[in-house]
Design a protein. Sequence first.
Length: 128
Amino acid sequence: MLAVAVAVIAVWLGFLIWLVVDADADEVTWSRLLVVLGSVEAVAFAAVGALFGTTVQRQRVADLKTRTDAAELRADANQTAAINGHKLAAAVKAICGPGADGTTERLSADDRPRRDALLDLANRLFAD
């Protein structure tokens, strides 16, 4: 694509140089050459547009790839945080939650009061 665009632009520039060199041609020849120049010029401008468009799009694609990679990293981190949150909630429910007989099950001999607010929060955030 790049080689074709450069070749078309080179042909257009060569044609322009030829017109400058052959400036003393008669009216009929000039009319015909200008018609040919118009068609070559249209293709050359399309080639220039393709070159600039490709360059701009290449930069945009690189920017979007960078943003996509960053978003994937954030998504992975959020997924890990969510999994850890679920594990923490399960641990809080196991430690602070009611036992099979409806009483609070104690996993240690510590007599400190249980954190019911923490259990309520875990139940609200991670309802089973």
